[in-house]
Design a protein around this ligand. Structure first.
Ligand SMILES: Nc1nc2c(ncn2[C@@H]2O[C@H](COP(=O)(O)OP(=O)(O)OP(=O)(O)O)[C@@H](O)[C@H]2O)c(=O)[nH]1
Ligand SMILES: Nc1nc2c(ncn2[C@@H]2O[C@H](COP(=O)(O)OP(=O)(O)OP(=O)(O)O)[C@@H](O)[C@H]2O)c(=O)[nH]1
Ligand SMILES: [Mg+2]
Ligand SMILES: [Mg+2]
Lengths: 291, 280
């Protein structure tokens, strides 16, 4: 735990004297290590440490008899600010059927998340339709169909080969059958694949979704921000979903993506089953990163 | 690596940033840079960054090469069994398609086992790949016992003289004891059929994974043994440096690199090419 690690660190460096500025700077090195080991992006860590150090060199800490506690509080509070206030809601206020696009890198958990979100929305009184717009990956459409069947949620999978057309037709189908939200599962793709990124731009232009969610793997490392930035540049997505947070990765990618794109984290994927979905709590995330 | 007229601490800071942002992690980065400093002391570099760069690629190469060269792939049996393991979405099933293509080109007879009986359409996915490759897939459908699928596939592979059997398993997080126990059962079921099997256990790592990769390797190593690593998705911008701590601490060799979604998109591991790409 950060607290134990820090307390023993401070006991060691303080000895019997007062806490010096050098002591504070040394402690920042320790925090830097913790954040980098937690997969927080290198530049995000640098900026973060700069801000924290400035606060930590303030008089309250130097004069305090429990400087370790003070520094921890500063770090924790700064992390919460960076992670953003929790509970940012999906905007489903428009005229139904509302299109939602689910996008991200290969294998991040998009298809699974579509099923989870569909279940979540149905429990809130919505009538979701799942649209299978991944025409590339073997059995991707089967996968979404099977998930829909498990949940008794309809899946639009017409055997059409053009993802843009699939998404447009899904809205038509939704209107016909009284579905008020359409969740569009797209193929995983690289942020550097121009053609595939353009496909997403075309889908977006065709259906004008009020919500585009970027699904990111919670175990992502330093590269997580590059992809997120590129997706944000091309699509200006509205929110982030972090998956596989039932693993033991510290999840620093969450902080990095949030800090660098400024987009809110909307949901956390916490398991493989359709009900393994939570809304994001910044304080829990902060404890996880520092823990 | 920019131009410096002497070996300054700035250069080492820059190299530290390069390695850490490549997911090499703090411990391995500091160890590699320490080795680099020793090399630099012994060689007259005249501060030439080109020489430093070469010394650094040598250092990384030296970390990764021994494990790969000391243990050649254990594939001379009838059949040689390769068990494919790893966390969710890392690229296992697609890697199996690529490995199959790789072995078919070497004129080997390959059989596949669909032992992911849990995830939606997992069997359909590997069967589709089997069709594209012209290779048979032993399957028992959704919800079957994965250990039974692996056992039957091995029995079939032996009876019909296949050179290679590759067993696909469900993605699983290493911190889930029940799932790791299931993997252990799959491993032991194959041993009942052939005490030498599986001859290779490849842990498939997502190239975008950060420091969690080492913990994944440790736990999979304890559960089913891991004889080799495959790292995927290096056609993106991730460098895959997380394999370096695994190599350093556990001595597990990197065997193949995934560079795309097609069956041809697999390369055997080349330590010096990997080192150069890491620093690029
Ligand atoms: N443990 C765990 N597994 C997850 C979670 N979300 C998804 N998965 C698993 O991760 C793997 C990949 O999930 P998919 O939904 O197929 O990922 P995807 O982004 O649609 O993949 P592509 O379409 O190929 O890009 C599957 O094994 C899922 O069951 C999660 O929150 N926790
Ligand atoms: N760009 C790229 N994509 C890859 C690579 N390897 C796999 N993928 C993609 O990653 C996604 C997940 O691949 P799978 O083979 O389903 O991964 P898996 O580990 O079997 O997933 P689970 O069985 O659900 O745990 C698919 O969209 C693949 O096409 C690679 O080397 N490069
Ligand atoms: Mg998918
Ligand atoms: Mg698979």
């Amino acid at each position: 735990q950060l607290t134990e690690r820090f307390e023993s660190f401070f006991k060691k460096i303080r000895g019997h004297g007062k806490l010096s500025e050098d002591n504070i700077r040394d402690s920042m090195r320790e925090v830097r290590r913790i954040l980098l080991e937690a997969d927080v992006n290198f530049k995000v860590v640098k900026d973060f440490i700069g801000r924290v150090q400035e606060k930590a060199l303030g008089q309250e800490v130097i004069k305090s008899i429990t400087p370790g506690q003070q520094v921890i509080k500063i770090i924790h509070d700064e992390l919460i600010v960076l992670l953003g206030e929790g509970q940012s809601r999906l905007d489903l206020s428009g005229l139904p059927p509302i299109p939602l696009m689910i996008v991200g890198l290969q294998g991040s958990g998009k298809t699974t998340f579509c099923a989870k979100l569909a279940l979540h929305l149905r429990r809130k009184g919505k009538f979701p339709l799942l649209a299978a717009a991944d025409v590339y990956r073997p059995a991707a459409i089967d996968q979404l169909k099977q998930l829909g069947k498990q949940l008794d949620i309809p899946v639009w999978a017409p055997g059409q080969a053009n993802p843009v057309q699939i998404c447009k037709d899904a809205l038509v189908e939704a209107r016909k059958t009284g579905r008020d939200v359409v969740l569009m599962d797209t193929a995983g793709r690289l942020h550097i694949d121009q053609e595939m990124m353009d496909e997403l731009v075309k889908i977006r232009e065709a259906v004008k979704p009020p919500e585009i969610l970027y699904v990111a793997d919670g175990m992502g490392g330093q590269d997580a921000v590059k992809a997120a930035l590129e997706f944000a540049a091309k699509l200006d997505f509205n929110g982030v979903v972090l998956t596989k947070m039932d693993g033991d990765s510290k999840g620093g990618a969450a902080l990095s993506i949030r800090a660098v794109t400024g987009k809110p984290i909307r949901f956390i994927g916490n398991g493989e089953k359709p009900d393994a979905l939570e809304e994001f709590h910044p304080d829990r995330m902060a404890s996880r990163i520092l823990g | 690596i920019s131009s410096h007229s002497k070996i300054s601490e700035e250069l080492y800071d820059e190299l530290e940033e390069t390695l850490i942002t490549a997911d090499v992690g703090i411990d391995s980065t500091l160890a590699i840079l320490e080795t680099l400093r020793e090399k630099v002391r012994k060689v007259s570099t005249n501060g030439d960054p080109e020489i430093i760069y070469d010394l650094l690629t040598d250092t990384i190469d030296e970390v990764m090469r021994p494990a790969a060269e000391e243990k050649p792939l254990n594939l001379g049996h009838t059949p040689s069994v390769i068990l494919i393991v790893g966390v969710n979405g890392s690229g296992k099933t697609t890697t199996i398609a690529k490995l199959t293509y790789h072995f078919l080109k070497q004129n080997k007879k390959v059989l596949l086992a669909a032992a992911d009986t849990f995830r939606a359409a997992a069997t359909e996915q590997i069967v589709e790949w089997g069709d594209r490759l012209g290779v048979q897939v032993i399957q028992q459908g959704h919800g079957a016992d994965p250990a039974a699928v692996a056992f039957d596939a091995l029995q079939s592979a032996k009876a019909r003289g296949f050179d290679i059997l590759i067993v696909d398993t469900a993605g699983r997080l290493h911190n889930k004891a029940n799932l790791m126990h299931e993997l252990e059962k799959i491993y032991r079921a194959m041993k009942k059929q052939d005490p030498e099997a599986p001859h290779e256990v490849f842990l498939v790592l997502d190239g975008t994974t950060g420091q969690n990769a080492l913990q994944q390797a440790k736990i999979f190593q304890e559960t089913s043994g891991v004889t080799g690593l495959v790292i995927t998705k290096l056609d993106g911008t991730a460098k895959g440096g997380a394999v370096i701590p695994i190599c350093r601490e556990l001595g597990i060799p990197l065997r193949f690199i995934g560079i795309g979604e097609k069956m041809e998109d697999l390369e055997p591991f080349d330590p010096s090419a990997f080192a150069r790409a890491l620093l690029a």
